[in-house]
Design a protein around this ligand. Structure first.
Ligand code: MOS
Length: 733
């Protein structure tokens, strides 16, 4: 019986709950030292000097690296380094919180104490910290991440001039930080000219490339190991300064060094979602058919990099719009460089677009689901490509039915329970379906169990489990007799676990390697002395539960271990590398979709917003594991609720410091804030993306739902909130 799609428990669950699963900070090495990252306390200027005299003499202190004494690294030997790092190579300060020194000591406590005794003098320069003021000099970045900066089609101005109904509004989303349970952690050890690193990363191979480039050594002289990662969400999708600095410190002291970021250090030097301001104009005819859409996003980046949150990207494909104009501009400030944060672009972008669509529905006096159906895109409206597979219609239908959308009253404020106004809102969710080149090896051991290896990561998403399922299914073994190994650059190469691409990329390679291994096994099964399957056509044989069987004569069968025993008792193996995307991908637009529904209650006098029900219905391709898929979407929805109502990183306008760089002041929800979450899937498979028909599911859950909540608040109160997070002060007075 196939294990694919079943709710198999996480195969790494027992290791995690018993503490056997070791995360990067839990590794150690003989003679290991501890490093602490020291950060700037000004936002702009130069380091005039770091007086280490007091710290140098403190107990346990081994080395203090500063811009004055850090070994010179030169430019990274890379065609296009992903990040601009702060590696103590000069005395410039670009943001408050920039790494400016590393203290290495015998213990973490000694390093921390010594770091607090550094006397740092700055030559301060005026800092750019005002987003609003910076709008006047916003720049046009060369690219919006993987997207084009500007895309336009048709004439939006003409559409607006002729429109029966228009929406023209501006939406804002704040800076946010990821805060995975596990902060970043690195253990670096040099063995001669070879570097071995344990790192909390979403991409062991990207880590390896970055480290090799900065130290000017071959990639095969660097090994990165990362068996367990306690969440990444994009923050661990780049190799940040502390990773290279840890290796630099290890080199400087010629001993293994561990560097763990603390919670406060998660708000800055490892990226976050940048603040956005999004201006949207919609033009529609009187029937609610869109004739034009303009989406102008302004987002924030650092002085170091042009990093764009591509908030307008989904507006290029979500609705069948004959004209469109989508742009991204950057306000460069003395802040930390932002990065990917779960559904970078779509999370903030669907908030703006999907609230604007709700405003259009209100202006037209049209049901919001109906409005979306009227503008349903059967093809990508810009490129004209058909979608590889799209069941969004079914998401709207099934989601509306399950949620009870028909009970919605269109008139704001018309449903009440005591002091509480009740509202329903909905929105569309979407995220691209990505797939990259990947490789895997499959080995059948003499005892009839299999080991599958691929260098990929499990960032908490369930890679160990779903790859075990794919391998077990392909090899005809129960999952308990398959072991999957990952998280090591000595294994087969795979892409970064970002862009929701791990399952679609790596499962394809795992499946291909297991198909090749099964072929080898079958060839051995019908050959050699003593085979019970003599003369059988191997293409007609079946593999099940560790046995090769002849379905036309069930008594003719042989266990895998017996096949190998007859052939010398040695393991057999096979490997596979699968390409970035099948040739057909160029012909199709590849996206996942969903329909998000929310019910809220708002206290009429106090403005308190309570979530009651959040329902998401998704078209995300075939699911490899029902329970893990549910968990991914559930987590995405919870984060959308957090984004809608709570999360906001506060930049102190005087100092450029993040004022709430801790989990007490940076608000995230507890269970009581969330209420009921229902995750539903419509039947879907995407065989154009990969032979298994799967798309990624890690990110789409955070898209759409924040808008659905905003739209529900409007339905409850008649008040249109366009700025996240939405809090009671926006509803009173
Ligand atoms: Mo995801 S934000 O691409 O790790």
């Amino acid at each position: 019986m196939s294990t694919l799609g079943t709710s198999l428990d996480r195969v790494d669950g027992p290791a995690k709950v018993t503490g056997k699963a070791r995360y990067s900070a839990e590794f150690s090495a003989p003679r290991m030292l501890h490093a602490v990252l020291v950060q700037s306390t000004i936002a702009s200027g130069r380091i005039a000097g770091i007086d280490t005299r007091a710290a140098d003499g403190m107990p346990g202190v081994i080395k203090i690296l500063t811009p004055a004494n850090a070994p010179k690294l030169g430019s990274p030997a890379m065609k296009s380094p992903l990040r601009v790092l702060s590696l103590l190579q000069d005395d410039k300060v670009h943001y408050n919180g920039q790494p400016i020194a590393v203290v290495v000591a015998q213990t973490l406590e000694q390093a921390t104490d010594a770091a607090n005794h550094l006397v740092i003098r700055y030559s301060e320069a005026p800092a750019r910290l005002d987003f609003q003021a910076g709008r006047a000099t916003a720049t046009t970045p060369p690219k919006a991440n993987q997207h084009k900066t500007d895309v336009s089609w048709g004439s939006v101005d003409a559409a607006l001039a002729a429109a029966a109904v228009k929406v023209d509004a501006t939406y804002t989303t704040p800076s946010q930080f990821h805060h995975p349970l596990e902060p970043h952690a690195t253990l670096a050890e040099w063995q001669g000219d070879r570097l071995i690193v344990h790192d909390a990363t979403q991409g062991v191979f990207a880590d390896r490339a970055t480290l090799a480039a900065h130290f000017g050594i071959d990639e095969d002289h660097v090994r990165v190991i990362s068996p367990y990662v306690g969440g990444g969400f994009g923050s661990k999708g780049s190799t940040w300064s502390h990773v290279v600095l840890c290796a630099l410190a290890a080199k400087a002291v010629a001993r293994p060094v561990k560097l763990v970021l603390d919670r406060t250090q998660m708000s800055g030097p490892v990226g976050g979602r940048p603040r956005t301001e999004q201006h949207i104009q919609l033009a529609a005819n009187k029937d609610g058919v869109l004739t034009g859409v303009r989406h102008a996003a302004i987002t924030q980046s650092s002085m170091l990099e042009d990093w764009v949150e591509p908030s307008a990207a989904q507006t290029r494909m979500l609705y069948a719009t004959p004209s469109g104009d989508t742009t991204h501009r950057l306000v460069k400030l003395n802040v930390a460089t932002p990065t990917f944060q779960r559904a970078p672009g779509e999370a903030s972008g669907t908030f703006a677009l999907e609230v604007a669509m709700d405003e259009l529905a209100v202006a037209l006096d049209l049901d919001p689901v109906e409005l979306r159906l009227k503008n349903y895109a059967d093809r990508d409206p810009v490129e004209g490509k058909p979608f590889s597979s799209k069941s969004l219609h079914e998401c709207y239908r099934a989601g509306a039915e399950r949620f009870g959308w028909a009970k919605r009253s269109a008139k704001p404020g018309s449903r009440r329970e005591g002091d509480w106004l009740i509202g329903y809102g909905m929105a569309t969710a979407t995220y691209p379906a990505n797939r990259s080149k990947a490789a895997a090896t499959a080995t059948l051991l003499p005892d009839g169990t299999a080991v599958i290896r691929s260098g990929t990561q499990d960032i908490g998403t369930g890679t160990y489990t779903v790859m075990t399922q794919v391998a077990a299914d392909t090899l005809g073994l129960p999952p308990s007799r398959v072991r999957f190994e990952l998280g090591d650059t000595t294994l087969a190469q795979t892409p970064v676990s970002g862009g929701s691409q791990t399952a679609a990329s790596v499962a394809t390679a795992v499946q291909a390697a297991c198909i090749a291994l099964r072929e080898k096994l079958l060839a051995l099964g019908i050959s050699g002395a003593g085979t019970p399957l003599a003369g059988a056509n191997k293409d007609h044989l079946e593999t099940r539960d560790g046995w090769i069987e002849d379905p036309s004569s069930p008594s003719r069968r042989e266990a895998y271990a017996s096949v190998l025993a007859r052939h010398g008792g040695k393991a057999i193996d096979a490997d596979a590398e699968t390409p970035p995307s099948p040739a057909t991908a160029k012909e199709f637009a590849l996206h996942s979709f969903g329909a998000a529904f929310a019910e809220v209650a708002v206290d009429e006098e106090l403005g308190i917003i309570r979530l009651r029900r959040l329902h998401g219905t998704y078209d995300v391709g075939r699911r490899l594991n029902a329970k893990l898929a549910h968990s991914q979407l559930l987590g995405g929805i919870v984060w959308a609720a957090s984004m809608a109502l709570m999360e906001e990183a506060i930049l102190d306008p005087r100092t450029g410091r993040i004022a709430n760089a801790n989990l007490a002041d940076y608000h995230v929800p507890v269970n009581a804030d969330i209420a009921e979450v229902v995750v539903q899937f419509v039947d879907s498979e995407d065989l154009h993306l990969n032979p298994l028909g799967i798309r990624g599911i890690g990110e789409i859950g955070i898209t759409g739902m924040a808008a659905a909540i905003a739209n529900a608040i409007h339905n409850a109160t008649g008040k249109r909130l366009r700025d996240l997070p939405m809090r009671l002060d926006a509803l009173i007075g």
